[in-house]
Design a protein around this ligand. Structure first.
Ligand SMILES: Cc1cc2nc3c(=O)[nH]c(=O)nc-3n(C[C@H](O)[C@H](O)[C@H](O)COP(=O)(O)O)c2cc1C
Length: 441
């Protein structure tokens, strides 16, 4: 400090200019110290009763889906975790889809009454409490033994739909029993053996599933390189490596070894990778004609999952399906696939009138869902977010996932100044450009 600064110092006692000292330390404020009394300290000492880190406490500490993911990674054997977390080839499709959600800017409106927000809407002819549901995932009991039952129960409790995969590890009827009053959707992969595929469809119909999701982005399996590198097979084999990996994850192994054996509920037993199973079972010849035929077999709503271009979206709308899901299968099929969130505005503009446009891939927060709804998505689905919750804490973990995402939706809506989903509109979201296509000449 210069001596000219000293000249402007004020004496705190008198309020008058302090005499210049020429030394900064001499003029420093003197703090008077005293010893604290017990009465002073008592209000500050609010120690919580120590407790063992149980499931509830573990889950309460997770504030985001990424936190749930970290807990899941600690509790699940590497091969099973990688099967869930991984995507195809260099995993670019998934990274880009997540990046697209990060690359948005919200434009809030101010001074609106947002004391109450309504997050419900009608989707495919029936109500949902939030604009997201649980995506179909194969082999779910391998991630955590409570598997699909946990997902279906948690979804039913929250008033959101649960989707069961053709590759599920819980029978159609058991999912119905786990979620008897909620909405269950069945996801169909068309097999080479069509009779068997359609037998599943009619079982789902009988069990009261209200929607058929026909997945169309798996003519062959994507290259899931993590599974190959891990030597991952179904069911998991006990090799020296898996045993070593099991040491810090005893509960997963305890569950695995002491609960009903892990198997596909709708498929014959299989020993090999999931990719090999897909290639063996599933039919690469399925076309639009087959889809029309499948649609006619089902009495409920039909949604085509895995739509990745405007041209296909239009063709499906012409075919009269009830909905389409813009999805690249969570990046697990074609790598460098279109980002569903980028496709959304043009697809909504062209077909969004009569056909519901749904979206998945890359959703890791309620704010992502709000952005998708603002750009016209009627509904969204979460795959990994659900599985991270499941791996982190079974059914309670799925409850926690739904709680985190739904609170994020409500808070984002309030901060944007909207009180209902229908008030969200494209003006609330600017997509910042990162991957801009170069126009064709
Ligand atoms: C472990 C795993 C298994 C999956 N299995 C299926 C499946 O059997 N059928 C299907 O249509 N989609 C399946 N998917 C894709 C999901 O339904 C959904 O499209 C995808 O997970 C969405 O991306 P997200 O994980 O980023 O939310 C699977 C996804 C994961 C992560």
């Amino acid at each position: 400090m210069s001596s000219s600064d000293d000249q402007h110092r004020i004496d705190p006692a008198t309020g008058a200019p302090a005499p210049a000292t020429g030394s900064a330390s001499a003029a420093r404020t003197r703090v008077k110290r005293q010893l604290p009394t017990v009465r002073d300290l008592a209000p500050l000492m609010q120690f919580r009763k120590p407790s063992l880190p149980g499931r509830r406490q573990r889950l309460e500490q997770a504030l985001t889906i990424w936190d749930l993911r970290d807990i899941a990674a600690r509790r699940t054997p590497k091969a099973a975790f990688d099967y869930t977390e991984g995507a195809a080839e260099a995993e670019i499709s998934l990274a880009r889809a997540r990046q697209a959600f990060e690359d948005i800017e919200f434009t809030p409106a101010i001074l609106r009454d947002v004391s109450r927000v309504d997050t419900s809407r009608e989707v495919l002819g029936a109500p949902v409490s939030y604009p997201f549901g649980i995506a179909p995932t194969g082999f779910t009991r391998m991630m955590q033994t409570e598997g699909e039952r946990a997902g279906a129960r948690a979804a039913g409790r929250a008033g959101i739909p649960f989707s069961l995969s053709t590759m599920g590890t819980t029978a159609i009827e058991d999912v119905r029993d786990a979620n008897p009053h909620g909405r269950n959707w069945f996801q169909l992969y068309m097999w080479k053996d069509r009779e068997k595929s359609m037998a599943l469809v009619s079982r789902a119909q009988q069990a009261g599933f209200d929607t058929l999701l026909v997945t169309v982005d798996v003519p062959v399996a994507g290259a899931r390189l993590r599974d190959k590198r891990n030597g991952f097979s179904i069911p998991p084999q006990l090799s020296a490596r898996t045993v070593v990996n099991a040491i810090p994850r005893p509960w997963w192994w305890f569950d695995f070894l002491t609960t009903e054996p892990l198997a596909f509920a709708s498929l014959d037993r299989w020993s090999g990778t999931v990719g090999e199973l897909l290639d063996h079972m599933f039919d690469p010849t399925v076309t639009y004609e087959d889809l029309a035929w499948i649609r006619d077999q089902w009495q409920g709503k039909v949604v085509v999952k895995g739509v990745q271009s405007l041209a296909d979206a239009k063709r499906l709308a012409d075919l009269g399906v009830d909905g389409i899901t813009l999805s690249n299968h969570g990046g697990r099929q074609l790598d460098r696939a279109p980002v569903p969130f980028h496709l959304l505005p043009s697809v909504v503009k062209e077909v969004g009138g009569d056909t519901e446009v749904h979206l998945d891939t890359g959703i890791m927060s309620g704010a992502d869902i709000v952005a998708a709804v603002a750009l016209g998505a009627k509904f969204t689905m979460v795959g990994r977010a659900y599985l991270y919750g499941l791996m982190a804490g079974g059914e309670a973990g799925v409850d926690r996932m739904i709680q985190i995402v739904s609170e994020q939706i409500e808070r984002t809506m309030r901060l944007l100044g909207v009180a209902s989903l229908d008030e969200l509109e494209p003006g609330h979201v600017t997509q910042l450009q990162r991957l801009q296509p170069i126009p064709r000449v």
